[in-house]
Design a binder for this molecule. Structure first.
Ligand SMILES: [Zn+2]
Ligand SMILES: [Zn+2]
Length: 221
């Protein structure tokens, strides 16, 4: 079965990883958490469902984002209808200005939490004002699941694709190694919640698209 094609009631979902992310430091490679070894890049995914073209976590600077979108899908920036942020860390919204006309979504809890932290007239505060808060569903067929711990209001997207449950986990699952070890990243705000979120994803996912790695199978027994 081709896992990138699926038929559900809401229509056929196609998903493509646009950029495979990596970490600034990876303890599973023997690296220290105390310094950055490289600039981080997050994993960016495109989800297509009916007329919606949804970028999750635009990872590159805008010009590069547009180039990558073309290289990976042949689509132009104007064809992107929506952007969803799993959380508000800078590396997960780096390329958002590549899509000035797209609707921009983030979980209400993450928006509310960030509002309390950021000056309203800062660039981040102004960007936050442009985000549309969502709670349980991005569109019929794509669920939003609250996966806190890495950040207060972190959320993941869940959908069916070809009979398989795909979880776009963002930084609730940093990499395959972090996920399988039920481990969290050094900058996690609530470690206990982070581990609980990994357990939740592990209970439902067939395929996990992590925050900073290629997608992988969740081997459930
Ligand atoms: Zn993050
Ligand atoms: Zn990240």
């Amino acid at each position: 079965m081709d896992p990138t094609d699926g038929k559900g009631n809401a229509g056929t979902i196609r998903w493509d990883v646009l950029t495979i992310g990596h970490l600034s430091r990876n303890k599973f490679w023997g690296e220290s958490s105390d310094k950055a070894y490289r600039s981080p890049r997050c994993t960016c995914t495109l989800i297509r469902l009916n007329e919606r073209t949804i970028i999750v976590d635009p990872s590159c600077p805008p010009e590069e984002m547009i180039r990558v979108l073309d290289q990976r899908t042949g689509l132009k920036a104007e064809q992107i209808t929506d952007v969803f942020l799993t959380h508000f860390h800078g590396d997960h919204r780096y390329g958002i200005e590549a899509f000035p006309d797209a609707r921009r979504f983030m979980a209400r809890r993450e928006i509310d939490h960030c509002r309390g932290q950021l000056p309203p007239d800062s660039p981040e505060g102004l960007l936050l004002d442009r985000l549309i808060p969502v709670d349980h569903s991005l569109t019929p067929g794509i669920q939003i699941v609250h996966t806190p711990g890495h950040s207060e209001g972190h959320s993941s997207l869940v959908f069916d694709s070809g009979g398989l449950t795909v979880v776009v986990a963002g930084d609730a699952a940093m990499t395959r190694d972090f996920f399988r070890a039920r481990d969290y990243y050094f900058n996690t705000t609530d470690p206990e919640a982070a581990v609980h979120s990994i357990d939740r994803i592990a209970a439902i996912a067939d395929i996990v698209i992590p925050g900073h790695d290629n997608y992988f199978l969740n081997q459930r027994s």
